[in-house]
Design a binder for this molecule. Structure first.
Ligand SMILES: [Fe+2]
Length: 497
């Protein structure tokens, strides 16, 4: 059984924070992020884009329902050669590949660049979701280091070909399509910092200045554009599935064995905490957290790329579908946790999430304070259940560690309240909190409020959870998560990256 001595535990957590930070300094493997200041100058963005064709769909795909079916079977691919994309792409990816002019790849090679293909598939976009990072930007940018801002002067003049296809194609609807700026635009640079990213500043000027002439792509069109053509992704207008295809002339080699299959695609969702309406009930949440074990908190991106995201999964599902790290962590869950679950007549379920994050307001999951199984469930969980959680990340400072409440919290709510509704109420109480450093596996009891934090450093973040649960087990023993929502507060949605 997980023992709960709150005071002792808090002391333990703080001791661990200190020792972990010390050991992380010794094991640092990455140069610190640079704090760049750009000398003042003007960037000219001369749009250069052209519609070069439309796809031909296979003859048996005649309706949007056929498209939905085909979209579910597509693979997400990134950093791939045309050969890799042909081998692993589905029929819709092939419909785009078939339209690429022969000279395109030859031109890339002549310029000393490499053809590079990304296929992203979103199977269930909700209205308002962005299937890519929101905001005006250009493609093919060059960054000096992983943490640098784009260096537009050194960005090779390359051409990209992009297209989208959604399950609104036959009824001429739009889920979400790219929008291009039509007129030239000059941007007077401003100092960049961790808060002011280049694309975020350009986006702000374009959004808040005089209305600009733009053109929106249609499903099935192929657009060729260069690295100085500003464009942006629109939020989804309606619920739908959608494939995004892009072929670039790229300055970096393809990843993996000529490309990689993406295990999940991210999307960006605006998070709107609300205020609870009439209070009809009050509840008291008592925190109780214990440290189970501690390990190195830093893990390489290459290792994180091997991990699958899943939820509501049985131990068997983790053994069959989990990545190496998930399987290893499964074996670290104490037997006392299973015994306690049995006594309570509950199952033990597992979840893993993997996120690529930027320090511009990204949250790897719903940022609301919550307890119980997850912050996505739309009602306050009154009979919360014990759980175990551990985060790892690619950076020594942590990318987005979990924050736990360290003191009891009382709150008022009504029958329909969600965690989003009571979040502001909890924040106003200014409660004492403890951050659990990456690599520390903790167990928490019901009533322990916790939340994900805003990303503090560009990097990847992994989270392993075990929870006691009485939810029905999915048919396959778990759910692979193909789409991971990154939540952003409204004022940070266009902050750049
Ligand atoms: Fe783009």
């Amino acid at each position: 059984m997980i023992c709960l001595l709150s005071i002792g535990l808090i002391v333990t957590i703080f001791t661990i924070i200190h020792t972990t930070m010390a050991s992380r300094r010794r094991t640092s493997r990455e140069a610190p992020p640079s704090r760049e200041v750009t000398p003042e100058k003007v960037y000219y963005f001369e749009p250069n884009f052209e519609r070069i064709g439309v796809i031909g769909l296979p003859e048996d795909i005649r309706t949007d329902e056929d498209l939905t079916e085909a979209l579910m079977l597509e693979n997400s691919i990134y950093s791939a050669t045309p050969e890799f994309a042909r081998k692993h792409g589905g029929r819709l990816a092939h419909a785009f590949l078939d339209q690429i002019p022969d000279w395109y790849v030859e031109e890339a090679i002549a310029k000393g660049l490499l053809p590079n293909i990304d296929v992203r598939v979103h199977r269930n976009l909700q209205p308002g979701d962005f299937p890519a990072y929101p905001g005006w930007h250009c493609d093919g940018e060059l960054r000096e280091t992983y943490f640098s801002q784009p260096d537009l002067d050194r960005t090779p003049v390359s051409r990209h070909v992009t297209g989208v296809l959604s399950n609104q194609y036959f009824r001429h609807g739009v889920v979400t399509n790219p929008e291009f700026l039509v007129n030239p635009y000059a941007f007077q640079t401003k100092p960049q910092s961790s808060e002011h990213m280049l694309w975020g500043m350009i986006d702000e000027e374009l959004r808040t200045g005089q209305p600009k002439e733009t053109t929106v792509m249609r499903d099935g069109e192929l657009m060729m554009f260069d690295s100085r053509s500003l464009h942006r992704v629109m939020p989804a207008q309606i619920q739908g599935a959608r494939l995004f295809f892009r072929l670039s002339q790229w300055h970096k080699p393809n990843l993996g064995d000529g490309g990689l299959l993406a295990k999940q695609d991210q999307l960006y969702r605006i998070w709107r905490p609300r205020e609870v309406g009439t209070e009809t009930q009050r509840a008291r949440f008592e925190p109780s957290v214990t440290v189970i074990e501690r390990r190195e908190g830093v893990i390489s991106i290459a290792d994180l790329e091997k991990e699958y995201a899943f939820e509501n999964a049985s131990a068997d599902f983790v053994e069959t579908h989990g990545g190496p790290l998930a399987k290893e962590l499964l074996s670290r869950v104490p037997s006392s946790f299973y015994e306690e679950a049995r006594r309570k007549n509950l199952d033990v379920r597992f979840a893993v999430s993997v996120y690529r994050l930027y320090p511009t307001g990204d949250h790897p999951g719903n940022p609301s304070w919550h307890c119980g199984e997850d912050s996505e469930s739309n009602t306050l969980v009154q009979d919360g259940k014990p759980g175990i959680i551990l985060t790892l990340s690619s950076h020594e400072t942590g990318v987005s560690p979990i924050l736990f409440a360290r003191q009891p919290v009382e709150l008022g709510y009504n029958d329909h309240a969600t965690w989003n509704d009571v979040h502001a109420q909890i924040e106003r109480q200014n409660i004492a909190t403890s951050e659990v450093p990456d690599g520390t596996m903790v167990g928490y009891e019901p009533g322990t409020l916790h939340k994900v934090q805003e990303t503090r450093m560009r990097g990847w973040r992994f989270c392993f959870q075990a929870v006691m649960s009485n939810k029905p087990l999915p048919k396959n023993g778990g759910l692979l998560v193909r789409e991971a929502p990154v939540y952003k507060k409204e004022d940070k949605i266009y902050s750049g990256w």
